[in-house]
Design a protein around this ligand. Structure first.
Ligand code: SF4
Length: 703
């Protein structure tokens, strides 16, 4: 074996990747991470997946940005991505911090002063801490002067949050993942849990082995389905048909929890009338699941003493994502499966701080703690706290900002740690919008595809280089601790945001993350009882936690819902089709998503040696019969073409997909999946439809 060097120190922190929020320890020598080990945190009990354990050496990669960069005068932007990934710094010159900050903030200020606050927008990050997200949205709201601030929550669970807020008054999960130990039945829908929330999946698999009933519903048979007693492989785009039929089957079989519906919900009569047409027989041909199975699964779920539902992007990333979520929430409510340990609703949050970034107001329609910007009382509270008048109009969302940029209405942007030039739908459009901006400031650790469009790039800190709080999918606020110094002249993100704010005329004097967190507690009643000192002592506290004496509340809605009258509202979900259905020219359905080893747009994991060695090349997965029909063997090249673009990847066989479906991960810049997707949005949540668009699949000479 290989003898590991002895570390000089070990630093307890949390994982920088998914929302499970595993606690870990960095073992460090000479400002380099030697090894990562799992800690006994409440979400992982010592377990880590391949990303948490081996995905850390990106921080030492030679591509790290170590000096501020300004675009060379002779390197104009073109809409087509011209980034040379082997020589990423080609189009930029190095600058000092003073020059870079003056140029970055000066350009934004000039646009604000000439064209008004709404000509600017900011994208923050779900990978930053709560303190960074809070300061960033405060900068946009008080420095730019509008609510044009959003982040990638728009692209993942915006529809789940919209439906949860509308129906039960709170956008977060009702019960933690650990509640699978208390559940009799566990339902997973639209989540490739093994790949995307790997450590959470291990606890679900343990529960299934211990005899609990696991029900998995997904158009793609993913690894977790192997552990399921019932697996329902429904047709893509038919979620509402299936869920409405399940509810109708609950009603028909007399399994509605009448007392719960009477005492804790409203508008049941309208839902019941709406569902009458959705009989299992009528919906079976629509969703591809036979009526007896629908009845059986409805019976197992509704009659269980305790049943919990998990869902992922397969539910949320549709133009009917809000309706999908509404139907799921109604199913839990009419069955009385919420408000006790082992029950409830758990939208599995993707990034390690997407829950926290949303909680602290990094979204255009709400201030911290989901207080609406168009509510005069909420606005008055934040005007008093921040000492300035605030815009009463909700701002634009991620894709709306790109449309406004393309139309010339948004002229300047500040992007902190997001990569819309890879993550937005219809990339040709999004990249043209970025290229057309008058002034783009990007704060990053690598030359991402978005940074390539920047006028100025501010080199920031990687996760292990900073301290801050992060909120996992369970609503658990956890402390991440700095283990390393940032390389070269790279700086802490909090420092950079504060320096930008000062140059935009704001008098900010925060003395590190603890002082920002102290203000956050004043802004957010939900975390008022969580102090920095308490987090240093306990490492993790779950909100709501309104007072220091409160131990934190993992299970909520036990007595009432946070809505007027304390009751949940049942909202019917109509059938609506995907925005772009397959046809003769584009007969396949494209499903995009993640792989176990790679994270989002790949900026970190593709620069992590072990992860890149396991999955180095873009792959497109198809059913083996389709490969045969196309005359392809696994590993040969295949081109996917939509109305918006074409990409080429290596073909992989996947029996979990049905014929006519192709799965493409979105982390590969050489085969960017979002060149193919479209930007039609869910009308309520404005989330794009990453899980369904029409493509053509052809053999290719080579990627
Ligand atoms: Fe990190 Fe998520 Fe893996 Fe845990 S499950 S180690 S939080 S990526």
């Amino acid at each position: 074996g290989v003898a590991l060097e002895a570390p000089d120190r070990s630093v307890d922190s949390v994982c920088p990747y998914c929302g499970v929020g595993c606690q870990l320890t960095y073992h460090v020598k000479d400002n380099r991470i030697l090894q990562v080990t799992g800690r006994d945190g409440p979400a992982n009990h010592g377990r880590l997946c391949v990303k948490g354990r081996y995905g850390f050496d990106y921080v030492h990669h030679r591509h790290r940005l170590t000096k501020p960069l300004i675009r060379r005068a002779d390197a104009p932007r073109t809409p087509e991505l011209g980034l040379d990934h082997d020589d990423p710094f080609r189009d930029f010159r190095e600058a000092g911090w003073e020059e870079a900050l003056a140029f970055a903030a000066g350009g934004l200020k000039a646009i604000r002063d000439r064209h008004g606050p709404k000509a600017l927008a900011g994208f923050g990050s779900a990978k930053g801490s709560n303190e960074e997200a809070y300061l960033f949205q405060k900068l946009v709201r008080t420095g730019f002067g509008s609510n044009n601030v959003d982040h990638c929550t728009r692209l993942c669970h915006a529809s789940s949050v919209a439906a949860l807020l509308e129906m039960i008054g709170s956008g977060a999960v009702s019960n933690p993942v650990a509640d699978v130990a208390e559940a009799d039945v566990i339902v997973i829908i639209g989540s490739n849990t093994t790949d995307n929330h790997p450590v959470a999946a291990t606890f679900i698999k343990n529960a299934a082995r211990a005899g609990k009933t696991l029900i998995v519903m997904d158009p793609r048979r993913t690894a977790i389905a192997r552990h399921a007693r019932h697996f329902l492989q429904f047709r893509p785009d038919s979620d509402v048909a299936l869920l409405n039929a399940l509810m109708q089957a609950v009603i028909e079989q007399g399994l509605v929890d009448e007392a719960f519906v009477r005492e804790r919900t409203e508008e049941y009569a309208a839902l019941k009338a709406h569902l009458a047409a959705f009989t299992p027989e009528a919906m079976a041909p629509v969703c591809g699941i036979d009526a007896d199975t629908i009845r059986e699964v409805a019976r197992v779920y509704a009659s269980a003493p305790n049943a919990i539902i998990f869902w992922g992007m397969g539910v949320s990333q549709h133009v009917h994502g809000t309706d999908n979520s509404r139907a799921l929430i109604s199913l839990a409510l009419i069955s009385g499966q919420i408000g006790r340990p082992g029950t409830g609703l758990h939208p599995l949050r993707g990034q390690n701080n997407v829950q926290g970034a949303s909680d602290v107001g990094l979204i255009p329609m709400v201030f911290p703690d989901y207080q609406r910007v168009d509510n005069p009382e909420a606005r008055a509270r934040f005007e008093a706290l921040w000492g300035t008048a605030l815009d009463p109009e909700p701002g634009l969302t991620v894709v709306e900002i790109m449309h406004a940029a393309k139309a010339g209405e948004i002229r300047g942007m500040y992007v902190m740690g997001e990569n819309p030039a890879m993550s937005d739908p219809d990339l040709a459009h999004a990249r043209a919008a970025l290229a057309g901006l008058e002034h783009l400031v990007v704060q990053e650790i690598f030359m991402t595809e978005t940074a390539w469009y920047a006028d100025v790039i501010l080199p920031a800190s990687a996760f292990p280089e900073k301290s801050g709080t992060f909120t996992n999918t369970d609503r658990r606020v956890q402390l991440g601790r700095a283990a390393l110094d940032p390389p070269g002249a790279a700086r802490q993100d909090l420092w950079i945001v504060q320096e930008m704010a000062r140059r935009l005329g704001l008098d900010w004097n925060y003395d590190g993350p603890a002082s920002v967190f102290a203000e956050l507690r004043r802004a957010m009643p939900s975390i008022a009882g969580i102090s920095w000192e308490r987090l240093e002592r306990e490492d993790a506290v779950t909100y709501p936690c309104p007072s220091e004496a409160d131990p934190g509340q993992p299970v909520i809605f036990t007595e009432e819902f946070p809505r007027p009258g304390g009751r949940a509202r049942l909202v019917p979900a109509p059938l609506r089709n995907a925005a772009e259905l397959p046809d003769g020219d584009y007969p396949w359905v494209l499903i995009t998503g993640r792989q176990l080893e790679h994270w989002h747009t790949g900026a970190m994991t593709r620069r992590a040696t072990v992860l890149d060695a396991i999955e180095p090349f873009p792959v497109a997965s198809l059913h083996p019969e389709e490969l045969e029909r196309l005359g392809l063997r696994p590993g040969e090249a295949v081109t996917l073409r939509s109305r918006r673009g074409a990409v080429t990847a290596f073909a992989r066989a996947d029996r979990g997909l049905s014929p006519g479906q192709v799965f493409l991960p979105f982390c590969y810049h050489e085969a960017a999946a979002n060149l193919l997707t479209h930007d039609f949005l869910d009308p309520v949540a404005k989330i794009p439809e990453f899980k369904f668009c029409a493509v053509r699949v052809e053999p290719a000479p080579g990627p």
